[in-house]
Design a protein around this ligand. Structure first.
Ligand code: RIB
Length: 295
């Protein structure tokens, strides 16, 4: 099975901050770094690093060649990545403070993905393949419908969570990968209590596989009447950017390698615990060797 990761690519402008900037305030950063990111790109890199055959489809602006080079360096196939002269490449302004982040997104070319591009890409995939998506590109409604019609298995990381998610045909999704806030939105529960969130997800999506990550409280697999918990590995986090993306890529890769759910959670938790100890997005995603070597 190959994976089609159809998702965003962003230039990440990362500012280490003393505190997050507030309304009416102008403040200086402690440092600045530019790197490769976008939830789509990060998840493609995580899948590729864990040894999966992954094709990244998406859209960048005229200045997007560095993304193609970067993805190829890690073995991601870029045949379906399109350069668009009329759009700017997506970018993110990321403030990092005490290990946490705050992100402003500008979608740019990520939001110019259209039905034609989707048709062009999907003709190369079949019911043997998996589609992985996040909520940072346009035309997801059409993409989900067409991929389902082809019989592809669909994994949806509903990040960043917003009302648009409910306009998509999410009943056609097979696997949801969500953090606490995304899960509360998806299940429409107000409570932050993990048992309430799990119950809400089970009630709303009884026939789906759901992976729920709760930061330092670990992660859960919810599906086929089972709930499986994995503790988080305790580390000192310097930057949580791309932790969720690493988890998503490593979890799906482990499933595709026929690991048990327990092992998939364990490997994905370990991988994301390494990511948070490093600065930046894609650059902080560990290799499979690093992950397995420290389990
Ligand atoms: O999940 C982290 C990513 O979110 C960053 O790389 C940024 O580009 C935003 O898409």
């Amino acid at each position: 099975m190959k994976v089609l990761s159809f998702g965003s690519l962003n230039f990440d402008h990362v500012y280490q901050m003393h505190h997050f900037v507030e309304a009416k305030e102008t403040t200086s950063s402690l440092s600045y770094q530019k790197g490769f990111g976008g939830k789509g790109l990060n998840q493609s890199i995580a899948l590729a690093k864990s040894g999966i055959d992954v094709y990244h489809a998406g859209r960048v602006g005229e200045d997007g060649q560095p993304f193609i080079d970067y993805l190829q360096k890690y073995g991601v196939k870029t045949d379906y990545l399109k350069k668009d002269v009329d759009e700017v490449t997506g970018h993110a302004i990321i403030q990092v403070c005490n290990g946490e982040n705050c992100i402003i997104l500008h979608g740019g070319a990520n939001q110019a993905i259209d039905e034609k591009q989707i048709d062009d890409v999907l003709q190369h995939f079949s019911s043997q393949d998996m589609l992985l998506i996040q909520n940072e590109i346009s035309c997801l409604d059409y993409l989900i419908r067409q991929a389902h019609q082809k019989g592809m298995k669909i994994a949806f990381n509903t990040a960043p969570m917003d009302e648009k998610v409910f306009k998509y045909p999410i009943e056609l999704v097979d696997i949801f990968i969500v953090n606490e806030i995304e899960a509360m939105g998806l299940a429409k529960v107000q409570s932050h209590d993990v048992d309430d969130i799990i119950k809400g997800l089970q009630d709303a999506y009884p026939d789906k596989q759901i992976v729920l990550t709760i930061g330092s409280d670990g992660s859960y697999y919810i599906g086929s009447g089972r709930v499986i918990h994995q503790d988080a590995y305790q580390v000192h986090a310097v930057d949580t950017t791309a932790a969720g993306d690493t988890f998503t890529g490593y979890f799906l890769a482990s499933l595709l390698r026929d690991e048990s759910i327990e092992n998939a959670l364990r490997i994905a938790s370990k991988a994301s615990s390494i990511t948070v100890t490093k600065d930046g997005a894609a650059q902080s995603i560990p290799s499979l060797q690093e992950v397995l070597g420290s389990l």
